[in-house]
Design a protein around this ligand. Structure first.
Ligand code: NDP
Length: 331
């Protein structure tokens, strides 16, 4: 396993990490969840990603049970939670105080995540989306206070604009508070803008670690949807029609079909080509993998071997197939 500093912090995160969205507490049973975590840890994964909203809090409970059972040294892994969407709000649904980035919810969601994950502190705590209802200043103070209380070590954002991230830094600097360290954006062969263009200046100035999500675009970049719809996969889960429609757009499938043919020529599998391509980007601190089966994780950990095949000429050919390179504005 390779490790990389998270942004300008001194924290070394494994370049491949593991997350539990849609799997733990939902698509896979607890025994599979445990097998996946063990496999990841044994391969040197030191970052496990979670959020209050995953399976309405159940995903954190399942991960917490596994962390407790495994009894791995607490200083050997990094665990995260994210706040914004809220967890299970009970029968009446979520109350306004049970979501968002206001001081009340950020603080209570942290306490609840600690309980569900059964840990004394969160290594990383993300604002899962920007909150247009709460002044950024209130969120920065709330995160800073949690850090001062020892309940959180680093805080960051997910899917914030570069402008919002810089605003958080401006406030932090003004009041001598701890600013955000990392961002969690979607990044894969089909979605590139934020990581490749929007954050360019942020990496150079205040520094920004990136823990990127959906490297396989929810499985589409494995090529398994190229010629039909396999059963027993994420995009068949009831209630996820919105994701299915978006992910399986014909434009995406056409690209993946062409990429799959190229992967065959290269002598690599499509999932490995897609993951290695993300790893090639030096602005990516860690690629968060998702998996519903241990065989998938076993395969995906071989991505480092494929990276060596991605020489300039190969990357150019991929660029030609994708034809979606985001343009850098001329300054
Ligand atoms: P991917 O895009 O890599 O999708 C993972 C899914 O693809 C697996 O669950 C599996 O689904 C399928 N898959 C994985 N490997 C293989 C393989 N080798 N062969 C065939 N199928 C494979 O990642 P996720 O979308 O799961 O995102 C990763 C993590 O990122 C999440 O767990 C979460 O922690 C984080 N995340 C954060 C978000 C945010 O807003 N901050 C949003 C989304 C995710 P199946 O078997 O069901 O087909």
């Amino acid at each position: 396993m390779e490790y990389k500093r998270l942004g300008k912090s001194g924290l070394q995160v494994s370049r491949l990490s593991f997350g539990s969205w849609l799997t733990f507490g939902k698509q896979v049973g607890d025994t599979t969840a445990e097998d996946l975590m063990k496999l990841a840890y044994d391969h040197g994964v030191n970052f496990f990603d979670n959020a209050e909203a995953y399976a309405g809090g159940k995903s954190e409970e399942v991960m917490g049970d596994i962390l407790k059972k495994m009894d791995w040294r607490r200083d050997s892994y990094i665990v995260s939670s994210k706040v914004f969407f809220g967890a299970d709000g009970g029968k009446g649904g979520l109350m306004p105080t049970q979501k968002g980035l206001n001081r009340k919810h950020v603080t209570e969601a942290c306490h609840q995540a600690l309980q569900r994950l059964k840990v004394d502190y969160l290594d990383l705590y993300f604002c899962h989306r920007p909150d247009k209802q709460t002044p950024i200043e209130e969120t920065v103070w709330s995160m800073h206070n949690l850090i001062q209380q020892g309940k959180v070590l680093y805080w960051g954002t997910s899917e914030w604009s570069a402008q919002e991230i810089m605003e958080a830094h401006r406030i932090a600097e003004r009041y001598h508070l701890i600013g955000p360290t990392m961002e969690q954006p979607q990044y894969n062969m089909l979605v590139r803008d934020k990581v490749e263009v929007e954050y360019s200046q942020v990496y150079k100035t205040v520094g920004l670690g990136t823990t990127i999500w959906s490297p396989l675009a929810s499985g589409v970049l494995t090529g398994k949807y190229n010629d039909g719809f396999p059963t027993d996969t994420r995009l068949g889960i009831a209630g996820l029609e919105w994701l299915k429609d978006r992910a399986l757009a014909e434009e995406n499938l056409e690209k993946v079909r062409n990429l799959s043919a190229f992967a065959l020529e290269l002598g690599v599998t499509m999932p490995l080509l897609a993951i290695a391509w993300c790893l090639k980007n030096d602005d990516v601190s860690t690629v968060i993998l998702g998996a519903s089966k241990t065989s998938q994780l076993e395969e995906n950990f071989k991505a480092f071997d494929v990276m060596t095949k991605l020489e300039d000429e190969v990357m150019e050919k991929i660029e030609g197939i994708l034809s979606n390179k985001p343009e850098h504005p001329d300054f």
